[in-house]
Design a protein around this ligand. Sequence first.
Ligand code: FAD
Ligand code: FES
Length: 281
Amino acid sequence: MTTAVVLGNSSLPGGYGLLRLAAPEVAVSSLPGHFVHVNCGPGFTLPRPFSVFDADPEGGWIEILYKVVGAGSGAMAAWRVGDGVSFLGPIGRPFLTTLARPSRALLIAGGVGLAPLDFLARFLVRCGTEVHFFLGLEGESPLPLTPGAGGALTLGRLGELGIRVHLASRGERAGFFRGNVTDLVARVLAGGELGELAGTGVFVCGPMAMMRAAAALVGGYGLTGECSLEERMGCGFGGCAGCVAPVRIGDGGEWEYRRVCVDGPVFPLDRVDWERGGAFR
Ligand SMILES: Cc1cc2nc3c(=O)[nH]c(=O)nc-3n(C[C@H](O)[C@H](O)[C@H](O)COP(=O)(O)OP(=O)(O)OC[C@H]3O[C@@H](n4cnc5c(N)ncnc54)[C@H](O)[C@@H]3O)c2cc1C
Ligand code: FES
């Protein structure tokens, strides 16, 4: 368990928060796709998992982009600079462990699924990968765009890095494609504007239905990649099997439950058994 001090905790539009924690060793070892299992305070039996949104080894800090959805994330929103926070991490298998770095990447995020993919986008572009970032937001949900302690957040920062950002919303919004984010990806793929698709990898994080649709869509183009699953978690270290998801293990329909916390959260997109029930939402 790491004990860290809160360096910043800003409230952002859309019910998001950005938490910066002083954690030098964790900052050095965190990669895109890793998560931390955060103790939300007295009265919370189980920690809550959050992706590492950013990590600065030189500054000795990590950041978490969180959406307030319940008691644990609500408690986090009340943390102040100087408070002490304990957490496990970084945990899990990050992105790019089941796939070599592609020359072009399509990143498909739904809602707060943007947190690990934003980190991945910045990592990939630094390595020379051409990155297209697709983000779907519910209805009128504002963008988490306000300047944070580190400068312009998320979409503004991605744009500055030359990453092409494509936005989708099911509600009517200026500058957004109207529909599901996967419909927007389908339109771009069908339009042929990406040209030759060889060397393209796909990375997905968001609600299960959206990831299932993304896997089916890109599979139809012969593309694959990785997804980060967001199962509910118990222990966070592989001991309780409270976080399992069905994963295909052979080519003959064999499958087994894998623990999202330590076998994932990142899995090959074409290996997750999207149709099987079990613990899957
Ligand atoms: C590997 C991983 C990475 C994650 N990264 C982030 C992140 O970067 N930012 C972020 O905001 N959230 C992230 N989540 C989701 C986050 O863990 C939950 O939102 C959080 O645990 C909710 O805790 P709570 O006490 O506020 O809400 P609760 O009171 O526990 O639940 C409130 C509502 O949220 C739903 N919920 C709870 N946990 C999850 C979950 N794991 N997935 C989907 N819905 C859930 C519940 O069903 C309920 O409807 C991640 C989850 C996983 C497994
Ligand atoms: S949360 Fe306990 S095994 Fe994954």
